[in-house]
Design a protein around this ligand. Structure first.
Ligand SMILES: [Mg+2]
Length: 274
């Protein structure tokens, strides 16, 4: 370098955002009731058959929510909850029934209900796609073990699942992280490599997110347009038919690189912001 020529050092390379690295996906956890099985329709039909009235679903749903909350809080087991829920339902209708009468009503309700289960139309194509993609599948469901395993078997769902985690068998219920982690542990999968899909925003989607899994809220009634909104990081779909595209866009699934397809809302937002 000639004498007198000022020396220059190369300017530091500009520091930009870390490049987005799509997470690996190995496990898809699925809720059962009102995610895969149309429980609401089955319960509506059953109540109408038992009472001759078609207007009792809202009352049953409200009583169920109150009693399931006690199960989630660890105050009741499922079998006791089922009996008390029916006792409370009958009392609201002005029917004071003794223990045997409540048990008889509950038994008839279960018998009729077991004939009424139906899968949503989008379930089997989605499960077949997930299996074909090489993903492991787990059912993660808040229910009593005996009845849920029977439902899963009767509807032909059992062969799809590598593991079934049921609240009534584990002694905890979603949104407790143990529910999600038990499935991950059983299948040797890190929670960060798993996604949970369910119809309840709080117990399914937010519970899974808090447990470190990817979270997908299945909003079949499209209520997110007018009411409940998913928090940042929770994906929303209105049908399981949308799930494959979402997973391919957001995750590296087995043998399928994440695409973040231009045109998806997530991709458009990312391109605008970063
Ligand atoms: Mg559900």
């Amino acid at each position: 370098m000639a004498s007198g020529t000022p020396s220059r050092t190369a300017p530091p390379a500009p520091v930009g955002p870390e490049p987005w690295v799509p997470p690996q996906l190995r496990l898809v956890c699925l809720d059962i009731d009102d995610t895969l099985i149309d429980c609401t329709a089955a319960i509506r039909r059953t109540l109408a058959v038992l009472t001759g009235r078609g207007d009792l679903w809202p009352l049953w749903d409200l009583i169920t929510e109150e009693h399931v909350a006690m199960v989630v809080a660890g105050q009741l087991g499922y079998e006791v909850m089922h009996h008390r829920r029916t006792e409370c339902f009958l009392a609201e209708l002005g029917i004071l029934a003794d223990f045997a009468q409540v048990a008889s009503f509950e038994e008839r309700r279960r018998d009729i209900l077991s004939q009424s289960w139906r899968l949503f139309d989008d379930v089997l194509p989605c499960l077949e796609w997930l299996r074909a993609a090489g993903l492991q599948l787990a059912a993660v469901t808040n229910a009593s073990g005996t009845h849920q395993r029977r439902k899963i078997a009767d509807l032909g769902l059992a062969p799809f699942f590598d593991h079934v985690a049921i609240a009534g068998e584990l002694g905890v219920a979603k949104p407790d992280p143990l529910m999600f982690h038990s499935a991950c542990l059983a299948l040797g999968c890190d929670p960060a490599q798993a996604v949970h899909v369910g119809d309840k925003l709080d117990t399914d989607a937010i519970g899974a997110q808090d447990a470190g899994l990817g979270a997908v809220w299945l909003d079949r009634d499209d209520t997110s347009r007018t009411g409940e909104r998913a928090p940042v990081g929770v994906h929303t779909v209105t049908t399981l038919a949308e799930l494959p595209e979402l997973l391919v866009s957001e995750y590296v699934t087995v043998g399928v690189p994440a695409q973040r397809a231009a045109g998806t809302p997530a991709a458009q937002l990312r391109d605008r912001v970063l």
